[in-house]
Design a protein around this ligand. Sequence first.
Ligand code: SER
Length: 886
Amino acid sequence: MSGVNEIRSTFLDYFRKNGHEIVSSSPLVPRNDPTLMFTNAGMVQFKNVFTGLETRPYSTASTSQKVVRAGGKHNDLDNVGYTARHLTFFEMLGNFSFGDYFKERAIELAWNLVTKGFDLPKDRLLVTVYADDEEAATLWKKIAGFSDNKIIRIPTSDNFWQMGDTGPCGPCSEIFIDQGEHVWGGPPGSPEEDGDRFLEFWNLVFMQFEQTAPGERTPLPRPSIDTGMGLERMACILQGVSSVFETDLFKALIAATEDVVGAKAEGEQAASFRVIADHLRSSAFLIADGVLPSNEGRGYVLRRIMRRAMRHMQLLGAREPLMYKLLPALVGEMGRAYPELTRAEALVSETLKLEETKFRATLARGLSLLSEATETLDKGDSLDGETAFKLYDTYGFPLDLTQDALRARGIGVDLTGFNDAMQRQKAEARANWAGSGEKATESVWFELKEKFGATEFLGYDTESAEGVVQAILRDGGVVGDAKAGDTVLVVVSQTPFYGESGGQMGDTGIISSDNAKLQVTDTTKKGEGLFVHAATVLEGVLKTDEAVVLTVDHARRSKLRANHSATHLLHEALREVLGTHVAQKGSLVAPERLRFDVSHPKPMSVEELQKVEEMANAIILQNAPVTTRLMSVDDAIAEGAMALFGEKYGEEVRVVSMGTGLEGSKAGKPYSVELCGGTHVGATGDIGLVRIIGESAVGSGVRRVEAVTGEGARAYLAEQDERVKSLASMLKVQPADVLPRVEALVEERRKLEKELAEARRKLAMGGAQSGSASEVREVAGIKYLGKAVSGVEAKDLKGLVDEAKASLESGIVLLIAVSEDGKASAVTGVTADLTDKFSAVDLVRIAAAALGGKGGGGRPDMAQAGGPDGAKAAEAIEAVAAALAG
Ligand code: SER
């Protein structure tokens, strides 16, 4: 029997021996492809290699790729737990040819691995081909010796593979195994094909086209190969089990779940265990790759997956957050193959716990609402949309969680009703907000937006442009003109001024017309698409409908660009140095400095920060051009993919890349690739230099890095340098010798302080041996030294009392130190031979009372107390003498 880890290495070794480059898995969040929600196949990281946009030093490759199929085009979420083979997260083993071999060699390689490497019995194997792909059918006959009944021709999209609505694609041929009559199901293409008997485990795609838009395909420069084998499915076959959930890895996860919830994976509840095991994997890997739960885009898909698992935890009887307790089992199984999982363990654990805690707060109430609302429903009925919406809106139940909860009972959800309720809520929210006092201004923006449409932003390409004034606002209302001295908000048809967003501050500069000149102090974005210039009229009168010239403050914008680009470089460097769990949690790009918040569980070390800074500066030195690609996102892109970009990115997505990786996984590849709407330098060298000036905590699991660039960094370093020079001249040494000199000074100071304390002590005790005969008196036959000392700190009194006791040999000591503000500290000492007669504690209390204090404590031979009235030291000494006299 082969464990999952062995199967993975057998596969990769086989292709290595057959001349393939072994490439590591790319992250689940595609760094080079903003059109995809998640990496959904092994070929995603090679997309541009297939289309010829990018070349690599190899023409064949093999990978074991992390894949998530939830949300977006390939979505298996609903099936998980209820079939034997669907997973949201799985590992896809693949081999790729980029214009190297094609169909024949691909089939040959696959056939040999399956029948010789994995030793699968030929008579249980069969394949599908795309209906009109005669060539593939003939090759299967030739290579595998299959007869026609083993080659099933499929005319549907099942045998035409596409990554997404755009991208490389082609006809495919899938390899199936017959798991035997004891499993229900029919061969592909038959009415029973959805059963699990015939299990597809390897898909060979004959990559021939690039889909550029729905329905539009162009041939690829060179036909290529992309194959994908489900690792978990192969494990299932080799381990002789009929469900992926019975393979070694899943058994371990399910056993861990049994332990944690204290229930068995049997009967009706078995499905819950399966859902939890799968969702644990997808959640953990997504978080490890930088996705955090949120209410939009990828974060929302993650939240849906997590909450679904958490509801199943509840079904199994969980009464507190438990998901995170399963993490060690997962890391134990998969951490070696995917070190990023081990690195992110703390972050994943924290994130799971937090989400489950939050969700549990409403889960029980939501579930009881759900069961009330569905009490009278039967199989085939639907839950009303209103209730489903309430569950979503008030109780945090994503729609698919509600659907999942009702699935076992055969009850659906009225989706139209749900969407109507959602729309209604949006409309109401808008109406409320339009009517209410101070927010009235906000509604103005929407009216202007509806009237004029969005402002066209020209600032990526130019810092100066012409536009027409569409609206002038003063004190929250629209006015027709503005004159010298007025502070106004101005909307222009188009502008080169960047409106504050994505952390980058808005631009400042000048707007001028034939008759007026305005100083722009800030630019913001309002009403989803309007750029609003906050300005003061310096001279003349500005009128609506006038043509104006808008000029951005070039120096300030240059600094903003440098800081923004540096933020991207630091982001990538932080991911490389700290791990890919590092996700951006916020940023501020100001002209003077930049601030970048990331998820990271602990303070960064000096070495880590140094490394990050070095890496970022190495890319700056490359002086590589910064490239921006603007991609239009077709309306036809599935709803899921649109959500990925959120409203923030609109319908066009900008992808900013800079630099070439020097080492590690990024070697030779674009260094930083980010979706970003900000403005950037032309080439990395324009940043000049980046210097990290601070690292601190901003919340649990979030660290803040602050840095300066260019002239700011130079000025910062110059200032530091000046400091060192002033120090050097003050210390009369060379700058290089400042440190040893200061060290010597500190040492000297320590010594002097010690000597000073000693001298003070001597002075205090009368310059002679403490307890010199002259100050010791006899009270009722007992030697008593009572003395107020000056210049001695309270903490030194005990030592002095000890010395005095030693020199008296037998007797009682009371020392009182009076501080500068007149407060007294008193310490009493009783030599051992007298402790049965006198207690130092009693005596010090007497002294304390005389000093206006209360209490005092210690041992019979030494005690201390204090009092506010230092001037009464003499009284205290006499009070103790009196006590001794009895
Ligand atoms: N891209 C194909 C699939 O995902 C083969 O790797 O099935």
